[in-house]
Design a protein around this ligand. Structure first.
Ligand SMILES: *Cc1c(COP(=O)(O)O)cnc(C)c1O
Length: 386
């Protein structure tokens, strides 16, 4: 079955007793045992919950993996995955990276003796050079947040396999509707399901999918041991959101193309980053490994002085810190998502103070373009520069 069908059908028919089309929300934390040494398959909700199980089986199947795990957030997913490793282990990580991931690695996991090298993982030579005897995994975000750099997943997998490393992919920006890293050879894929999978800016969640029996068993053990699991109500909200993922992604992409082309033509804008544009340096790689381009567009405004007035004059698009929901959001990475990355590193990577990130929603495209046009024009008029 196509991913679109799998998404819509999540949970349908799984409540055999009632035939409920929408999976019930099982709030119970404890389950009666039929007898000594017997179980219904559910004992205690941290270990397994019937609503969560439907979500976990669905995401495993949709991502072509062997097991799925729903976590309290995207960060909880990363923390659970990283618990596979031990003191002294080393990782090769995408240089352009979600700020929260960088913070977890550098401020928290470094205290547990994990070590990270940040390299442009699009450069296979740089990846090879960064691998050390104690390296355990390559951790890839593609496309990256916020610069939309695209990594050839299969090329990274090849290096990982040569060196007996795991490949871990953050698939938040693409979703399994557009890209399925496990099919390209990755071992673990995860999501901030708060973003496109949830899709309505109303549920915080993470999802992990593993490939292989042993790895799946290990993550299952950690998921239960650490306990950063997703509550049943949020599992239900996430399932509800995921059913319309295909439709939403189509419209996100359609609108993102319109917005990207509009921004390219505007003289207050110096660069536009969208992997769907043929002018994007990684366009061909993206086309090869994914079936779409998603709805994230970043751009550089001509002068940092224009940023404040631009944000102030947006009326439809909200200046807010997230992405992937039906509502369009605009983020300023320098002070929001990437504020915890030291300024020298941030500037080196290209997340400068002229960079603005748009999560293009599913509103009527002309309204978004009019909103951006008005805000840019007003910014130029009142920004006191150029
Ligand atoms: C938001 C995000 C995360 C963190 O997920 P939360 O659900 O906010 O904990 C990780 N990776 C990427 C790419 C993100 O956008």
């Amino acid at each position: 079955m196509h991913v679109q069908t799998k998404l819509v059908q999540i949970g349908v028919g799984s409540d055999e007793k009632t035939g409920a089309v929408s999976i019930p929300i099982h709030h119970a934390t404890a389950y009666r045992h039929p007898g000594l040494g017997q179980s219904t398959g559910f004992d205690y909700t941290r270990t397994a919950n019937p609503t969560r199980a439907v979500l976990e089986q669905a995401i495993a199947e949709i991502e072509s993996g062997d097991a799925g795990f729903a976590t309290a957030s995207g960060m909880a997913a990363i923390q659970t995955i990283m618990a596979l490793f031990s003191q002294g282990d080393h990782f090769v990580v995408s240089l352009d990276l979600y700020g929260g991931t960088y913070r977890l690695f550098e401020q928290v996991l470094s205290r547990y003796g994990l070590r990270f090298s940040y390299v442009d993982v699009r450069d296979t030579e740089a990846v090879r050079a960064a691998v050390r005897p104690e390296t355990k995994a390559i951790f890839v975000e593609t496309p990256t947040n916020p610069l939309m750099q695209v990594t050839d997943i299969a090329a990274v997998v090849e290096i990982a396999r040569e060196n007996r490393l795991l490949t871990i992919v953050d698939n938040t920006f693409m979703t399994p509707y557009c890209q399925r890293p496990l099919e390209l050879g990755a071992d673990i894929v995860f999501h901030s399901a708060t973003k496109y999978l949830g899709g309505h800016n109303d549920v915080l969640a993470g999802l992990i999918v593993t490939k292989g029996k042993e790895l799946s068993e290990q993550v299952k053990y950690l998921h239960n041991s650490i306990g950063a699991v997703l509550g049943p109500q949020d599992c239900w909200l996430l399932i509800r959101g995921m059913k319309t993922l295909a439709l939403r992604m189509e419209r996100h992409e359609e609108n993102a193309f319109r917005v990207a082309r509009f921004l390219q033509e505007h003289d207050a804008v110096t660069e536009v980053f969208y992997p769907g544009l043929t002018s994007h340096p990684d366009h061909e790689v993206q086309k090869k490994q994914a079936s779409g381009f998603s709805g994230m567009v970043s751009f550089r405004i001509r002068d940092a002085k224009l940023v404040g007035p631009f944000l102030q004059h947006l009326r439809v698009i909200s200046f807010a810190e997230s992405l992937g929901g039906v509502e369009s959001l605009c983020t300023y990475p320098a002070t929001q998502t990437h504020a915890d990355i030291p300024v020298e590193i941030r500037e080196k990577v290209g997340v400068c103070d002229r960079l603005i990130r748009l999560s293009v929603g599913i509103e009527y495209a002309d309204d978004l373009i009019a909103d951006l046009g008005y805000a840019l024009d007003q910014a130029v008029k009142t920004g006191g520069c150029c």
